[in-house]
Design a protein around this ligand. Structure first.
Ligand SMILES: Cc1ncc(COP(=O)(O)O)c(C=O)c1O
Length: 385
């Protein structure tokens, strides 16, 4: 089918107010972190989502690093995380000299398989670091219960799940002591590069300020508690510039309308793939009952690698760009250096070899969805005729 149409894998959504707000930030002469727009984003996130405190960071990667510092991870500590995740999840652990202990995922959500966590706990385990793949909330209540029973802390890598809700009615990021969000271009709400560390444990808030401000107590000077600031702890520059926070604010303010558009894309994909899921040709996401999705992404796990590749190749011929997912971390070159072998996590290895992530962005709901569904339908019928 000859066409000029092109369906990208991802396209950032613009509310239309970004340039006005960014210009306003520029003209405010308050450009650094935690200034006017930064504070507005923090207030919005706290009020809307019930977070105790929020630290805007340059990325989710840096929020995870700050979270690992705040949790006091040390050399020799072990952290349990899924192997099916982005490198940043594991880097936050490795950068502290701690050891990532990779856990299998379960295929309905591609999130950490909670039934296997306890089997990985040793006397060195310090933390559980689950992610919310494709915006599907992990089973945080069960993870918190395990953490409580074994005196562990939890840092939720919620890079993909801003505006998703757990089945207990709490927003992603609101439950554990620490959580990290991403506002990267590929995420639902973006300012190009950006992130946030959510600190729900009040005992950690003071130190989070020190870590964010290069290990200084500058925050106490800004509060009027001290007249001069000094070096009081380790730290880094974990701050988001106000100019970026200005863009982020309008994105967060339009969360509901953006999510409604994304929901339309999920509905269309579900409708198309459900019969193939029922007859066992593929497997699509089956989020737990009662969760609310931010509709970040949609995946399809094919029955064979050959069908996966055919699907990607045939769609590319009609300018529709679908991609394979993450390469599992345990069998990646660095995972192998840490001593892992592909056979250590056979379930993750197998699922990752057959998964495809479909094009997903808010504007697709209004332009290109029919074209995408029609072509995917044709391709699926060709593959499984
Ligand atoms: C699960 C997960 N964690 C962390 C990150 C890193 O986010 P950022 O690009 O904001 O550093 C990503 C990015 O895709 C991610 O998917």
């Amino acid at each position: 089918m000859a066409t000029n149409k092109q369906i990208l894998f991802n396209k950032p959504y613009l509310t239309g107010l970004e340039s006005e707000l960014v210009l306003d930030s520029i003209n405010s002469y308050g450009h650094c972190g935690n200034r006017g727009y930064g504070q507005k984003c923090i207030e919005l996130l706290k009020e809307r989502y019930g977070f105790h405190d929020v630290f805007l960071t340059p990325s989710c990667t840096s929020a995870l690093e700050m979270g690992a510092l705040l949790a006091d991870l040390k050399p020799g500590d072990e952290v349990i995380l899924p192997s099916y995740t982005f490198s940043s999840t594991a880097n936050a652990i490795v950068l502290r000299g701690a050891h990532p202990v990779f856990c299998e995922v379960e295929p309905n959500t591609m999130n950490i398989d909670v039934d296997r966590i306890e089997g990985l706990i040793t006397e060195r385990t310090k933390m559980i670091l689950p992610i919310d793949y494709a915006g599907i909330p992990c089973e945080i209540e069960r993870i918190m219960e395990i953490a409580k029973n074994h005196n562990l802390t939890v840092l939720q890598d919620a890079a993909q799940s801003t505006h998703s809700k757990h089945k207990n009615g709490k927003w992603c990021g609101a439950v554990p002591p620490l959580a990290a969000f991403s506002f990267h271009e590929t995420k639902n709400f973006t300012c190009g590069e950006g992130g946030a560390l959510i600190v729900n444990d009040p005992d950690l808030v003071q130190r989070a300020h020190f870590l964010q401000e290069k290990g200084t107590d500058r925050s106490l000077v800004l509060k009027g508690v001290k007249s001069k600031y000094s070096w009081v702890d380790m730290g880094s520059s974990f701050l988001l510039a106000d100019i970026l926070a200005a863009m982020l604010l309008t994105q967060l303010e339009h969360a509901d309308e953006m999510t409604a558009k994304r929901a339309k894309v999920t509905r269309a994909y579900n409708e198309l793939f459900a019969p193939f899921d029922t007859n066992g040709s593929v497997q699509i996401p089956h989020p737990p009952d009662g969760v609310e999705l931010n509709h970040h992404a949609f995946f399809v796990i094919f029955d064979t690698e050959d069908h996966q590749q055919q699907f990607i190749d045939k769609l590319r011929q009609v300018n529709i760009f679908a991609y394979i997912g993450y390469m599992p971390l345990h069998s990646s070159p660095f995972g192998r250096k840490l001593g892992y072998k592909a056979e250590d996590l056979p379930i993750t290895e197998d699922l990752a070899s057959r998964i495809v992530r479909l094009p997903f962005y808010a504007d697709l709901a209004e332009d290109g969805l029919d074209y995408t569904i029609e072509n995917m339908n044709t391709v699926m019928n060709e593959i499984y005729e």
